[in-house]
Design a protein around this ligand. Structure first.
Ligand SMILES: C[S@@+](CC[C@H](N)C(=O)[O-])C[C@H]1O[C@@H](n2cnc3c(N)ncnc32)[C@H](O)[C@@H]1O
Length: 437
């Protein structure tokens, strides 16, 4: 049976893995441009083949759910799905993607919201935070506030969530922050002054695009018979939580599919900084009341709490523990001398957090379950951090062996795979482990 499954997985073509079959039909990706989204057309054949091996009775977890594309793919196969993330924007986005909406109710709400905005001539700015004038020109602050007030008036939380996500994307597109990097970085002044941008027009076009995309997605689920009484027939749970601390569910799973941060979440793929401006405009009580971090305090708050972010114990203690598990990490760190050691220490702290997180996940996985990890290598100080080898060693140290693996190329900067801008990663590994005890 296992041999058969391995053969099927190995037979997935390199074109598929490299994202050649990526299409607009990957609508789940287009609701919002969240950093480092997974490519459904790459994941789908793997999830499908493992589902067959699990007799098509699957409970899927993604402990670093991000834009929840893994969960969306699982729902296309009628699976129970569970996702956790530390970033409140990921929670809101995933809640929207897991909800059932009828296009008509969204069009009606859109009409009400736009009507309200057009009849609202107030110039009041509804939010205040340090440097608001740096990140938004006054006209945009006023327009965003009109949209904000109109969404708040919607009585149904589900509907508000949908439009908060449209507002979040509008903020990304109309603020003075560059959209070409995830790190906050202002556009040049000349560009800000000459830009013709309207928050209201952007909001309307984003809302319409999202209504269409979510409608397409829901009709796929409905056609497959996975919608009943206006609800997905299985469980789809979204939870805010720090995977380094706990997985916040009592449920058990037989499939884990994830793509963790690669250790560059403080430098290039800064999920938190990406979310900082949108989150200023979205009331926390409309996202999740259990969120425990003060994520609006600084632009770094979320990234500091994410894997590899906070310094909790001495580096010597961490090294002693992690080097025993990963020779590759030990050899990597040994190359760094003097001033450069700090950079190596950051990698060690990240790997230590990743290791702790795996310890939180494994008890939630049933015997015989599969764990699929998409991970790429990165460069630190011109030296390659072999995240894939390190991950294998971490799993081996816990008695979990590699089942099989695949490799994929990253085609471009922004489209399939992880969005990365510094050509640090050109290949990604998909490592599949099997938990046999
Ligand atoms: C590469 S993304 C996940 C992509 C996702 N698998 C998908 O299908 O789109 C990595 C995610 O890990 C999250 N993350 C980082 N540290 C975390 C932690 N300690 N606990 C939970 N989530 C964390 C980030 O917020 C980010 O959303």
């Amino acid at each position: 049976m296992d041999r058969h499954t391995k053969k099927k997985i190995k037979s997935i073509s390199s074109e598929t893995l490299n994202g050649k079959h990526y299409s607009r039909n990957d609508f789940a990706r287009s609701i919002m441009n969240y950093p480092a989204m997974m490519v459904p057309s790459v994941q789908e054949p793997i999830i499908e083949k493992l589902s067959e091996a699990l007799d098509n009775d699957v409970s899927l977890m993604d402990p670093f759910m991000g834009a929840s594309n893994t969960l969306v793919t699982g729902m296309k196969y009628g699976m129970n799905v569970f996702g956790q993330d530390i970033n409140p924007l990921s929670i809101l986005l995933s809640q929207v993607k897991m909800s059932y909406y009828q296009s008509d109710e969204l069009f009606d709400a859109e009409k009400r919201i736009i009507g309200d905005i057009n009849s609202n001539v107030s110039e009041a700015v509804e939010v205040s935070f340090v440097n608001i004038d740096k990140w938004f020109i006054k006209e945009i602050q006023i327009e965003l506030s009109r949209i904000y007030r109109a969404i708040r008036k919607e009585p149904d939380l589900r509907i508000r969530k949908f439009f908060w996500i449209a507002l979040a994307e509008t903020i990304r597109l109309t603020s003075n922050d560059r959209t070409s990097t995830f790190k906050m970085h202002m556009r040049p002044i000349e560009e800000i002054n000459s830009r013709q941008v309207s928050a209201l027009k952007t909001f309307i076009s984003v809302s319409r695009k999202n209504i269409k995309n979510i409608g397409d997605y829901i009709s796929v689920l409905a056609q497959k018979g996975y919608i009943n009484n206006g609800k997905y027939i299985k469980n789809a749970d979204i939870v805010w939580g720090d995977t380094n601390v706990e997985i916040r569910t009592d449920k058990l799973f037989n499939l884990l599919v994830t793509s963790p941060p690669y250790g560059d979440n403080q430098t290039t793929v800064t999920y938190g900084q990406f979310s900082y401006l949108p989150l200023q405009w979205i009331p926390i009580e409309d996202i999740d009341k259990t969120i425990e971090i003060d994520y609006l305090k600084t632009t770094q708050s979320i990234d500091n709490k994410s894997l590899g972010g906070t310094i909790k114990e001495s580096i010597n203690d961490i090294e002693e523990r992690v080097f025993k598990k990963s020779k590759t990490l030990k050899v990597f760190v040994a190359q760094f001398k003097n001033d450069e050691q700090k950079k190596a220490e950051k990698v060690t702290r990240f790997i230590n957090d990743l290791d702790n997180s795996i310890d939180k996940m494994l008890p939630k996985m049933k015997k015989g379950s599969f764990l699929v990890w998409t991970i790429g290598n990165r460069n630190v100080n011109k030296q390659v951090v072999q995240n894939d080898l390190i991950l294998k060693e971490l799993f081996n140290s816990k008695g979990v062996a590699l089942f099989t693996d695949l490799e994929r190329d990253i085609l471009s900067k922004r489209m399939p795979g992880r969005n990365n801008f510094s050509n640090m990663m050109s290949k990604e590994k998909i490592l599949i482990f099997k938990k046999t005890n």
